[in-house]
Design a protein around this ligand. Structure first.
Ligand code: CP
Ligand code: NVA
Length: 322
């Protein structure tokens, strides 16, 4: 299929009917995008994934600044390589190495970086900081994870589900464990794209109520349960994430105790049946939220999911930076 490739006379707008709305926009949370816009990103991601590399140079000379206040393997590497594969250039900016780390304001940083760059990715703690950066930047700001959300992960997750199952409509996505940033973004993306969503967490670890309300507002079925076995019955997708997110290290002992029983093991997966796929945003902590045999087992789609970060984000950058 021919989408947004150089040698191809068809532009994105010839193929799908909404793209101009995305140019210059921010992606601070999944709910920034309508269903049609999310579908467009996935469609383009699939097109880019299939296109020859030499035809993908749609962002020649564009610069992407990547501000990281937390560690990263996938997000950093997929954005840095992704912008390069589109013909542009990625700048890794450790937050502590910027004057931001010495008290320069977010507004001043946004204003100055907008004079040099064509887009910014930021991974930080407070969602409000990403929103403040987006408010003041004159270039697209993409959220590379906050304590509250991880929207780029959700794009890759939905791309992987669609690839593996051939559809999103009516798919039952079951998330087990800590109702964290990854859970919130996945829930909203699943709901907007026609899937039903079940989160099964211990009491006290339920997902953010605002994310649940946003997801339900799409008309999707969204359940929050406290029983992992009940949750996985009939699942098409069984998803989990770490129990101790970045910044929560001091709570690790309590979390290990409270979340015990919510990990994906072969026994628990058997309750879902052979047709279910397993997803994990990674990094994994074996023996906690997932076992190594499940992650490397026949139902695991996690390595494709990790790869799809690259394709989904290339589509996102192509559409926003344009
Ligand atoms: N899944 C994910 O965001 O991984 P990194 O923390 O390695 O970027
Ligand atoms: N919930 C995890 C996701 C890591 C990609 C964290 O915030 O650390």
């Amino acid at each position: 299929q021919c989408i947004v490739v150089k040698s191809c006379p068809i532009t994105i707008s010839d193929v799908i009917d909404v793209p101009e709305t995305l140019k210059g926009r921010n992606f601070t949370r999944v709910a920034d995008f309508s269903t049609a816009e999310l579908e467009l990103v996935l469609e383009l991601a699939q097109g880019i994934k299939a296109a020859p590399r030499e035809e993908q140079l749609v962002l020649p000379g564009r610069s992407l600044g990547m501000i990281f206040q937390k560690p990263s393997t996938r997000t950093r590497v997929s954005f840095e390589v992704g912008i390069a594969q589109l013909g542009g250039y990625g700048l890794y900016l450790r937050a502590d190495d910027l004057q931001l780390g010495r008290g320069e304001t977010i507004r001043d940083t946004a204003t100055v970086l907008s004079r040099y760059l064509d887009g910014i990715v930021i991974r930080t703690f407070a969602q409000a900081d990403v929103e403040e950066l987006a408010e003041h930047a004159e270039i697209p700001v993409i959220n590379g994870l906050t304590d509250e959300t991880h929207p780029c992960q959700a794009l890759a997750d939905m791309l992987t589900i669609r690839e593996r199952l051939g559809r999103l409509e009516g798919v039952r996505v079951v998330y087990l464990g800590d109702g964290n940033n990854v859970c919130s973004s996945l829930m909203v993306a699943a709901a907007r794209l026609g899937s039903s969503f079940v989160a099964a967490t211990p009491v006290g670890y339920e997902p953010d109520e605002r994310a649940v309300a946003t997801a339900r507002a799409s008309g999707a079925e969204v359940e929050v349960l406290n029983d992992p076995v009940e949750a996985v019955r009939g699942a098409d997708v069984v998803y989990t994430d770490v129990w101790t997110s970045m910044g929560q290290e001091e709570q690790r002992d309590r979390r290990l105790r409270d979340l015990a029983g919510f990990g994906i093991t072969t026994d628990l997966l058997a309750q879902a049946g052979n047709g279910a796929i397993v997803l994990h945003c990674l990094p994994a902590h074996y023996g906690e939220e997932i076992t190594e045999d499940v992650l490397y087992g026949p139902q695991s789609a996690v390595w494709d999911q990790a790869e799809n970060r690259l394709h989904a984000q290339k589509a996102l950058m192509a559409l926003l930076i344009g």
